[in-house]
Design a protein around this ligand. Sequence first.
Ligand code: 1GP
Length: 247
Amino acid sequence: MSTIYSEFLNSANNKLKRLCILVDPDKFANEKAGFFLKSLPVETSFIFVGGSTVAACKTEATVKALKEHTHLPILLFPGDYTQITEEADGILFLSLLSGRNPEYLIGQQIKSVSCLRSSNLEIIPTGYILIDGGKESAVKRVSKTLPLPQEKVQLIVDTALAGQYLGKQLIYLEAGSGANFPVSEEIIAAVRNAIDIPLIAGGGIRNTLQLQKSYEAGADLVVIGTAFEDGEFSAEASNLSLESSEI
Ligand code: 1GP
């Protein structure tokens, strides 16, 4: 059976670049789910749902609303264990490796087990690395951890590789939602070069050029949220063509 992770691996092994759209349930109008999904570029491969803080029960309602209009895999991207819902297809089981707050390294993960042990969600162990995007991020505020400075490339590489050694199946380089600037190409390339597992980059990507640069630097999957929420990206991105899938 093809799993979501096998799709991630396929993307990485065959350089098939994938676009993931992030939906924050707190900012999403569920009744407009169909319209929103139609506005996304055809290259969209996965929908991520989550946020650093989301009001109770909102995630489930948003996943259900999206599911009524799409067969794309929906992955939870939860800021905390209360965002877990069986309605999704999988979960990025995040551990905030850039921080030193045990609550986000292992605490929330333990709290999530009572939901996960009986669920059918595909669980994807993900090393999550917060990198300075030039703006105070919600991840920093909620996790009470500092982002890694962009110039500390070796530290970021070592953090990603430590994640791989710990058994993470995915590394996510995060500049923070709405970042002033995305994770640099230098960082993406250095991490891509060091690890053997799929690589995601996100945060602050607002246009096709930034998207292509992230792919070219070595990201297998790129996540965009704010630019689609704000309606900034759709018209331009619909002209992406599958170039982005074949870099
Ligand atoms: C945030 O990486 C995602 O977790 C997406 O960020 O909202 O800036 O696109 P943006």
